[in-house]
Design a binder for this molecule. Structure first.
Ligand SMILES: Nc1nc2c(c(=O)[nH]1)N[C@H]1C(S)=C(S)[C@@H](COP(=O)(O)O)O[C@H]1N2
Ligand SMILES: [Mo]
Length: 152
């Protein structure tokens, strides 16, 4: 999938915003500076069947921490009403719950991939990797935005 940044031949950026002390715009090159994880996954698509891919990139958890979430970490229950939205350049988006990525709860290896099958994603933007999902629909490509905030 191509993005406006790709069309202009410029590096794509992801805007991290919401309940964050330091809202950030990060390039894929900047994401690569965080500890990286490599994972082989398969997911099913209604349209194209089962796909297997190798992704590499930082955990969404580590990416968010660089923007210093304004979250009360004294207890645990306060965090359960937090949501994340992840949006692609084409408007495709999905919600994650905070608890899916928080190590005190699900602590899943949800990544913002900087490469797919060895191909860098600098022009397209990172791709969300949700290893526990059976369906591929949350593997959002060309991510432009990640928002974190409370359930209204
Ligand atoms: N930005 C964006 N990412 C997306 C989609 C999309 O429409 N837009 N489709 C999802 C779906 S339904 C699947 S199965 C996986 C793999 O889709 P592909 O086969 O089109 O690459 O990407 C996901 N990521
Ligand atoms: Mo799909």
């Amino acid at each position: 999938m191509s993005s406006p940044a790709a069309a202009l031949n410029r590096p794509a950026t992801v805007h991290l915003h919401g309940s964050l002390a330091e809202p950030l715009r990060l390039t894929v090159a900047e994401l690569r500076e965080l500890p990286s994880h490599r994972i082989e996954v398969s997911f099913d698509c209604l349209g194209s069947g089962v796909q297997r891919h190798g992704f590499e990139g930082p955990k969404l958890w580590d990416v968010l921490r660089t923007a210093r979430p304004q979250i009360d970490f004294t207890g645990r229950k306060q965090r359960l009403g937090l949501l994340l939205t992840v949006t692609g350049a084409d408007g495709h988006r999905a919600v994650l719950s905070w608890a899916e990525i928080d190590p005190d709860f699900g602590g899943q290896q949800i990544l913002l991939a900087t490469s797919i099958d060895g191909a860098p994603l600098d022009r397209t933007g990172p791709q969300l990797v949700v290893p526990s999902d059976h369906c591929g629909a949350r593997y959002i490509s060309g991510i432009t935005e990640v928002w974190v905030g409370p359930l209204a």
